[in-house]
Design a protein around this ligand. Structure first.
Ligand SMILES: *Cc1c(COP(=O)(O)O)cnc(C)c1O
Length: 458
């Protein structure tokens, strides 16, 4: 018999979580104005709001923190992280930053100027924010099938090479800041990008003389998908695959809060000394001196260790299988979810789930509220609330998809927790026909309203 996959760790320390009553949750969510961001974390039983910075560090990471070097310049922790980044990614130069968006800010200070284009697959929202803040434009060249939410494709995060080449062909090279490929494609549902696709993008970047940057938050999960789905990679080690992925690029930005399993941190990796030099000035202005840039020595130590742990096959197998297990269980209950399952999250299709709620009453937010009331589960709305208003007309924007994302923190919850999550969703699904009204907006901020919005039940 083939032995089942299992977590390659045991638990040394636990954090108790409080299972509240339905009455408590009804009153807490009302006090929170039906916005799950306003809940106190103690009011949440299973928190699937995000997989960012919510992972559990290992004993080795915690012990490495004790020997962090807090020297302002030239700390051993800086060099330890330098060696780890070089070993895992192949990049020779790096700058530490306090998180992923800071890495974007520093790198784009050098690369992106007003009127530029930045083509790639779907840009993450902070990436897009930094591009648009500089009055440049992100051009989404993701393959069309990515928008067909039930179509199977092993690498739904891929860049459409023809779309990309058209952008490169029809614009002068100095108008293109760089090409950015996000692995895995977070905005597109945590879908991976194939090695073949990265290789093709690399070729185009060289042919047109445009830099190729990888937004790498979930690079290890991407490598796992390449190993298990792409021909010719089944026998290769995850780290070998990671090095090949990065070999096609000129640099990377990293949110270490994802695949490097730390609670805070980021960095930029560079192949070229010149770009590193230019970015160093901005790093000093925004982040800190180049040998710590927004991170303490102990945090750099934990990150160096996390880069190794996050690229172990057994860990990735249990991680990605846990996400898939939740997906399968929800499917078994008949709940409409997006497929193929992403690497870090499951997305529930709220329009299909709550068919009676009109889009003006925010079906995905309504579902997120019901999941919380049913079992203390916190997911996040990715729908019309998040899509915000059109900046010109101030009309609500209604995206094609109304989703609730359940993102799974790394090494935090057991598969029993996932059974519980699925049962919570199953119970709500059973009573879905009794949920006839959604929510309306009582107050909203002019921008990024979903974080602070106040809602009331219709
Ligand atoms: C999280 C994330 C970022 C931003 O990183 P922060 O650490 O949250 O600032 C950028 N790109 C992608 C793909 C991400 O997932």
């Amino acid at each position: 018999m083939i032995l089942p996959f299992t977590e390659p760790f045991k638990i040394k320390m636990v954090e108790n979580i409080y299972k509240s009553t339905r009455e408590q949750r009804e009153s807490w969510i009302k006090e929170a104005s039906y916005n799950l961001f306003n809940l106190k974390s103690e009011q949440v039983f299973i928190d699937l709001l995000t997989d960012s910075g919510t992972g559990a560090m290992s004993d080795k990471q915690w012990s490495s923190m004790m020997v962090g070097d807090e020297s302002y310049a030239g700390a051993s922790s800086y060099y330890k992280l330098k060696d780890a980044i070089n070993d895992i990614t192949g990049f020779n130069y790096y700058l530490p930053t306090h998180q992923g968006r800071a890495a974007e800010n520093v790198l784009f200070s050098v690369l992106v100027k007003e009127g530029d284009l930045v083509p790639g697959n779907s840009h993450f929202d902070t990436t897009k924010g930094h591009i648009e803040f500089r009055k440049a434009q992100a051009v989404d060249c993701t393959i069309d099938i990515a928008y067909d939410i039930t179509a199977w494709h092993p690498f739904k995060g891929n860049v459409d090479i023809t779309k990309l080449e058209n952008v490169l062909k029809n614009n002068p090279a100095d108008k293109i800041s760089c090409i950015i490929v996000t692995i895995t494609n977070n905005t597109g549902g945590g879908q991976p990008v194939s090695m073949e696709n990265l290789r093709e993008v690399g070729k185009l970047s060289k042919r047109y003389g445009v830099k190729f940057i990888i937004d790498s938050a979930r690079f290890a999960e991407n490598a796992y998908f390449i190993k298990t789905r792409e021909e010719g990679y089944a026998e290769k080690d995850i780290r070998e695959i990671v090095r090949e992925m990065f070999s096609y690029a000129d640099g990377m930005t990293m949110s270490s809060k994802k695949d490097a399993i730390v609670n805070m941190g980021g960095f930029i990796g560079f192949r070229d000394e010149e770009l590193f030099r230019q970015a160093s000035t901005f790093n000093i202005i925004y982040e800190g001196f180049i040998t710590y840039g927004g991170m303490s020595g102990r945090d750099m130590n934990a990150l160096a260790q996390g880069l190794y742990e996050g690229t172990e096959f057994d860990y990735l197998e249990s991680r990605i299988n846990q996400v898939a297990c939740l997906g399968k269980k929800l499917k078994d209950y008949g709940i409409p979810i997006l497929e193929p399952f992403g690497g870090h999250a499951i997305f529930i299709d709220a329009k299909k789930f709550l068919q009676e709620i009109p889009k003006e009453e925010f079906p995905a937010q309504t579902l997120a509220i019901e999941l919380y009331i049913e079992g203390g589960l916190r997911g996040v709305e990715i729908g019309a609330l998040m899509a915000d208003r059109d900046p010109e007309t101030r009309e609500n924007r209604y995206p094609e998809l109304e989703m609730v994302r359940l993102a799974i923190p790394r090494r935090v919850y057991t598969n029993n927790h996932m059974d519980y999550v699925a049962a919570v969703a199953g119970n709500v699904f059973e009573r879905r026909n009794n949920i006839k009204r959604g929510v309306s907006i009582k107050w909203e901020a002019p921008l990024m309203r979903h974080f602070t919005v106040k809602l009331e039940r219709k």
